[in-house]
Write a protein that binds this ligand. Structure first.
Ligand code: ZN
Ligand code: ZN
Length: 165
């Protein structure tokens, strides 16, 4: 038994010699299945663009099938199916645009630094913190030092000989 050739499109196995292979690859059966396969791999945009250029296939409309299948020069899509296809294409475009915007929303380091400087320019005495001190605590006298509100005037000594003492 010689080598065998397996055709993915047709799910067919046959003895692999040049003549047989050539004959198979040129057969209308193989071409039809190959075209159907590529039709499924096409982007919806491409299918829509191509199908909108075609006029409806009368054979397909009348009998529900057509020997040319995906290879037909007329369209096998009904107006409803074309409408659905268009909606899918539009949905895909929106999602793509949204994804692109999300990527663009990450600011550059330069723009961040610029924004930081302009926000802190007006008053350099104000310390910007990411938290706010709870107003409830301001009047309380029973808090441990670590929970007391920090006041700049309490900051009298910045020469730390040793940390943690
Ligand atoms: Zn084949
Ligand atoms: Zn047709």
């Amino acid at each position: 038994m010689g080598r065998r050739y397996y055709c993915d499109y047709c799910d067919k196995k046959f003895i692999d010699d040049i003549e047989q292979r050539k004959k198979h690859l040129q057969s209308s059966y193989h071409i039809k299945l190959r075209n159907i396969h590529y039709e499924h791999c096409k982007e919806p945009e491409t299918v829509l663009r191509e199908e909108l250029l075609k006029i409806p296939c009368r054979r397909f409309l009348q009998y529900g099938s057509c020997q040319f299948e995906g290879n037909c020069k007329y369209t096998h899509y009904s107006p409803e199916e074309l409408c659905q296809l268009r909606q899918q294409v539009e949905h895909n475009q929106i999602m793509r645009r949204r994804r692109l915007e999300e990527i663009l929303e990450v600011p550059s380091v330069e723009s961040w630094v610029q924004k930081y400087h302009s926000a802190n320019k007006e008053n350099t005495d104000i310390i910007h913190t990411f938290w706010s001190y709870p107003a409830l605590f301001e009047k309380r006298l029973d808090l441990p030092p670590s929970l007391l509100k920090f006041k700049p005037e309490q900051f009298v000594d910045d020469s730390f000989e040793e940390w943690g003492k």
